[in-house]
Structure formats: structure tokens, C-alpha cells
Design a protein around this ligand. Sequence first.
Ligand code: ZN
Ligand code: FE
Ligand code: FE
Length: 202
Amino acid sequence: MASAGTLHDAFIDELRDAYHAEKQVTKALPKMIKAASSDELREAFENHLEETKGQIARLEEVFASLDEKVKAKKCDGMAGILEEGKSAMEEDFDDLTMDATLIASAQRVEHYEMAAYGTLVAWAEAMGHTEAAELLQATLDEEKAADEKLTEIAQGGINTEAAAAAHPEQDGEDEDEPTPAPVAKRGAAKAVSAGKTKTSRR
Ligand code: ZN
Ligand code: FE
Ligand code: FE
């Protein structure tokens, strides 16, 4: 009778899943690079494509450090995320909206990867696989940095410019104008609901 699988087996399984996920990302990123209009965004994608190739090599090192053969196991989660990204790229959006959409898709990828590598690092540490843990941590750090870079690019102009094209009437430059606030920040909405700023505007 076969014995039940251990955390080590689950760990190897997740490594194979991550390996497959990264391979899928290297196929998707070139399409996203082509679809991007912003130079900064395109460069970020190009940079992350190179990083992703390095992450694949790093996973191969992880397998070697565990005396495991390099193997991929289909990652359905990443396939689904990339499929949604592909649908978004097929939409007829204006350039800025397409860039905002590409960022949205890419950040889903990064967060999924952060979840996967976060678990892998924790499990490697728990089982004393120190070399694997260090390699996986290096990739986790890259995924986090890629995610932060995307936030920076989105908030550095793409979102507000795309929003201005969507709502040209409410430029929001003039504080004195009684602008309606459908795009109000969360904090502001909270203040209103707490009754703090109810009558301060007219
Ligand atoms: Zn182990
Ligand atoms: Fe990655
Ligand atoms: Fe990534």
C-alpha cells in the first residue's frame, strides 16, 4: 500500500506548477509588449520577460538542489488568468485604456505568482531546504517589485489620463468648482458617510 503524500511531495508538485506557470508567462509577455503603447510600460514588460526567463532558470536550480528532475505540471490558474488577459487585449479600447487594462492583467499575474512563491518559500523554510528557500525568495522579491512598478506606472499618469478621456467634463483641476465626485477616493467617501464633511461644500 502506498503511503500518503507528505508536504515534501506537495512542495515538488507546487514547484512543477510554478515552472509551468512561468513558461506560460514567457509566451504571454511578448503579446503584451506588442499591445502596450506607453514606452515605460513596454520597457517594464520587456524587463520582466527577461526576469521571468531567469526565474525559470532559478526553478531549475531549485529542482537540482533537491535532486529532483526538472518537470512541469500544467498550471490551470495561470492559464485562466492569461486567458482573461487575452480576451481583454482583443477589446477595441483606446490606447490609454488598453495600457490600463494590460496593467490590470499583469498585476493579476504578479499577485498569483506572489501567492505561489510565498507558499513555496514558507514550505522550503519549514522543511529546512535552505538553498531552495533562498532561490525562491529571490524570485518572490522580483515578483513584488514587478507588481510595485506596475502600480507606479498606472498611477504615474495612465489611469488619470484614461479617466480624463472617459470623463472629459470633470477635469477636477479647479478646486472651487462644485464637481460631482463619482471618482472620489475611498477616504473621502468614508469621511462623508461619517458625517464629517456633509455641509462643507456648496
Ligand atoms: Zn522536503
Ligand atoms: Fe514569474
Ligand atoms: Fe512575474
